[in-house]
Design a protein around this ligand. Sequence first.
Ligand code: GAR
Length: 203
Amino acid sequence: MLKAKIAVLVSGGGTNLQALLDSQGSVLNAGEIALVISNNADAYALERAKNAGVKTAVVSKKACASQEEFEDKISALLTENKIDLIVLAGFMCILSERFTSRYPKRILNVHPSLIPSFCGKGFYGLHVHEAALEYGVKVTGATVHFVNEIPDGGEIILQKAVDICPDDTPESLQKRVMQEAEWKILPAATELVSASILLEGKE
Ligand code: GAR
């Protein structure tokens, strides 16, 4: 195996996907983005993948009769494309234990807070930053962690802190957390895990 094959799962704008794509050949060397899967056919992230020449697929949850069918369709794509590592980059669907247990230490997620603060069920996207501002914390940040059966509960790989400014809105904070933390630690963590997958392959 020359490079770990990575699938990125997305739902929306895909700025974290863009950071991963842009990091290929610099920060990200041990892995290559081979597939982008979206649960939302209108996600701009799909355009970003196409612009980078990366294969895309859409698996709509609404078109599936059950969570099992949704997850099995994703698994089939991962197997078909010989994927070694799954990166959740703004993927807004919860994956069941039935799915996550198939890929121990092979699924990463980026979360826009310093876990264990502002995480778990209901904490996603802008809601996370609203909660941080409401609580009045002075420092927030982002976390990349392995995904297990507990939402946002898997082992932490990297974290980066970001200061909160007195005049921050949820939107301004979201943007700064992305720029200063997410777009840096997601490629770095993906490289760390890809490199360890390559090492395992050689043992
Ligand atoms: C990012 O801030 C990501 O951390 C967050 O959604 C945003 C997606 O943006 N993910 C979660 O909240 C997951 N719990 P993007 O589509 O531009 O990468």
